[in-house]
Design a protein around this ligand. Structure first.
Ligand code: AMP
Length: 214
C-alpha cells in the first residue's frame, strides 16, 4: 500500500496515519515531523526551515523534496509507505511521481481527509502537546484535567509555534491555494478517495480502511 494523505492542517492526517502504520505495518513519512525534529536539533536545515514554519509558509521545495527522496530510498519503504504532509503543491506532486516511477513504486491511493474550516480553527488553536511524552490534547475537545500539565506523565503542555492564531490562518490559506488543488490532480489520475474527517477517530479510521480495501 503506497498512500499519500491529503488534508488541511488539523484534519487529523497524522492521527489516522499512526493508525494506518499499525494496521498495515508500513512506515509513515511526515515531512512536518522531520522538519520539526531538524528545528529542535538546530541542524542547518532546521535553522533554514524554522523561519518559514513559524510564518505558516511552505519550506522551499528543494529542501523538502531532498528529504523525501532520501527517505523513500530506504529499504523499509519497499513494502509500502504513508506520505503525510507531502506533497503540498503541484510541483512536489509531479516530482514525487517521477521519483516513484524511477523506483517502480507508483502510488496506490491519495486519500483526502475532509474537514470544515471552522472545525479546523478550533482543532488547531486548541491543540496542546506534552513536552515530555508527546501526548496531544485539545482545550475544546479533549482537554487535560489540569490546564497546563499532562494527565499521563505530568509533563508541561505547550502550543506549537505554528499553532498560533495568525500562523494558523496563513497555513489554512496556503493549504487552500497550494495543496487543495492536489485533490483534482489525483482525481485526474483516478486514485483519489475522500473521507469525512469529522466524528469519532475510530469510525473515521474504519471508513478509511474499508475504502482502501474496496
Ligand atoms: P505539518 O505538520 O505537516 O502541518 O507541517 C508543518 C510545517 O512544516 C508546514 O506549515 C510547513 O512550513 C512545513 N512543511 C511540512 N511539509 C511540507 C512540505 N511538503 N512542503 C513544504 N513545507 C512543508
Amino acid at each position: 500500500m503506497r498512500i499519500v494523505l491529503l488534508g488541511a492542517p488539523g484534519a487529523g492526517k497524522g492521527t489516522q496515519a499512526k493508525k494506518l502504520i499499525d494496521k498495515y505495518v508500513i512506515p509513515q513519512i511526515s515531512t512536518g515531523d522531520i522538519l520539526r525534529k531538524a528545528v529542535t536539533d538546530q541542524t542547518p536545515l532546521g535553522k533554514e526551515a524554522k523561519s518559514y514554519m513559524d510564518k505558516g509558509e511552505l519550506v522551499p521545495d528543494s529542501v523538502v523534496i531532498g528529504l523525501v527522496k532520501e527517505r523513500l530510498n530506504q529499504d523499509d519503504c519497499k513494502k509500502g509507505f504513508i506520505l503525510d504532509g507531502f506533497p503540498r503543491n503541484t510541483s512536489q506532486a509531479e516530482t514525487l511521481d517521477g521519483v516513484l516511477k524511477d523506483l517502480n513504486m507508483p502510488l496506490t491511493v491519495a486519500l483526502s481527509v475532509d474537514v470544515d474550516f471552522d472545525v479546523l480553527m478550533k482543532r488547531l488553536t486548541g491543540r496542546r502537546t506534552c513536552k515530555n511524552c508527546g501526548q496531544m490534547y485539545n482545550v475544546y475537545f479533549s482537554p487535560s484535567s489540569k490546564e497546563s500539565s499532562c494527565d499521563k506523565c505530568g509533563g508541561e503542555l505547550y502550543q506549537r509555534d505554528d499553532d498560533k492564531e495568525e500562523t494558523i490562518k496563513r497555513r489554512l490559506d496556503v493549504y487552500k491555494a497550494q495543496t487543495e488543488p492536489l485533490i483534482d490532480y489525483y482525481a485526474g489520475k483516478g486514485i483519489i478517495k475522500r473521507v469525512n474527517g469529522i466524528g469519532d477517530i475510530n469510525a473515521i479510521f474504519n471508513n478509511i480502511t474499508s475504502m482502501l480495501e474496496s
